[in-house]
Design a binder for this molecule. Structure first.
Ligand SMILES: [Zn+2]
Ligand SMILES: [Zn+2]
Length: 328
């Protein structure tokens, strides 16, 4: 059952990700007051969306809210977002608790709309097996359902798409792939090029492969960076979903404009699994990047037949829906 309330500890972060207090503050998410940060409550209907990256949450609020001064000072400049770091490893639970309440609010509004049209009896919902947020499935008859809140794909029996806890849309290249936390170390000193940087990126195997190729020879000149680059190679080679073995390579070929070879790999994966929304999405995106919008449209439409509310495919089709080629 969805949790009715959750107490947690957190820090406000500034736009550089720095904690704004030494001691963690108290927070609470519940159905009555919404999201409470210290003594200030943000009603659930004032929250637009919550994004999570590891233990950090970006809470996007409706713009132009009249917030209490102590809360308003923590809103990131030029945005309506609060950035917090949740303590004790609770970030997933806090986001899920907010999403459960937020989705229930949206569901209640959707139910009213269906009832106003005299179709209340048709109203159906499903609860996400990962975050327990609720999705309106009244108009969804596809095999799979996409959770708008935690971005997982599951079927009508609430079974997750195979390995979808590891695979998702890459924030860097927008392809569907296995996402991992990769170190990115650039430490080289050439006559005309100086660079030292260290960071971590939550990216797909394809993007990690590109970073590896870009940094290996330079880091090799300065051995400090080399162990990190080799570790990156090890991470990439870790066991992958056997159905999607060629995914990282196919995406790389497509992104580099080599669609002839990418086509062979995508086709091979499709032979093993014809009904994989993520794979078909990549195939469509690859054709789009290689100037074949008609083929792209066909694959992206197929994605929606399998997963009617898959937002990544919907967003692309929305952008291109009025173009000549797709209409013809
Ligand atoms: Zn979910
Ligand atoms: Zn990527």
């Amino acid at each position: 059952m969805p949790s009715s309330y959750l107490n947690f500890r957190f820090h406000f972060l500034n736009e550089e990700g720095k904690k704004q207090s030494i001691i963690p503050l108290n927070g609470r998410a519940d159905g009555e007051s919404g999201l409470r940060l210290t003594e200030y409550a943000i009603p659930i209907e004032d929250i637009v969306h919550v994004y999570r990256h590891q233990e950090k949450l970006a809470v996007i609020l409706k713009p132009y809210l009249a917030l209490p001064k102590n809360l308003a000072v923590n809103v990131l400049p030029e945005t309506s977002a609060l950035l917090i770091e949740v303590a004790d490893g609770f970030a997933f639970n806090v986001k899920s608790a907010i999403d459960q309440h937020l989705s229930r609010l949206h569901i209640a509004q959707a139910r009213m709309r269906w009832e106003a049209e005299g179709k209340g009896k048709l109203f159906r919902t499903i609860t996400c097996p990962v975050c327990e947020a609720t999705t309106d499935t009244t108009a969804i008859f596809s095999e799979y359902i996409y959770c708008h809140y935690c971005t997982t794909i599951f079927n009508q029996y609430r079974q997750l798409l195979l390995k979808s806890e590891q695979y998702n849309i890459c924030p860097r290249c927008n392809y569907y792939g296995r996402l991992q936390m990769y170190p990115e170390v650039r430490f080289f000193w050439l006559p005309k090029e100086k660079e030292f940087s260290f960071g971590e990126n939550y990216i797909c195997d394809t993007c990690a492969g590109r970073t590896y190729d870009e940094t290996i020879w330079r880091n090799a000149l300065y051995l400090v960076g080399l162990p990190f680059t080799l570790y990156l190679k090890y991470m990439m080679s870790k066991e992958q979903d056997p159905i999607l073995t060629e995914m990282a390579q196919a995406n790389r070929l497509a992104q580099d404009g080599n669609m002839v070879e990418a086509d062979v790999l995508y086709s091979a994966m499709l032979l093993r699994n014809a009904n994989h929304p993520g794979l078909l999405y990549n195939y469509g995106l690859a054709w789009l990047h290689n100037n074949e919008p008609k083929k792209a449209f066909n694959y992206l439409s197929r994605v929606l037949e399998l997963c009617y509310n898959y937002e990544p495919a919907r967003e692309i089709l929305e952008i291109y829906k009025d173009t000549e080629i797709i209409r013809n």
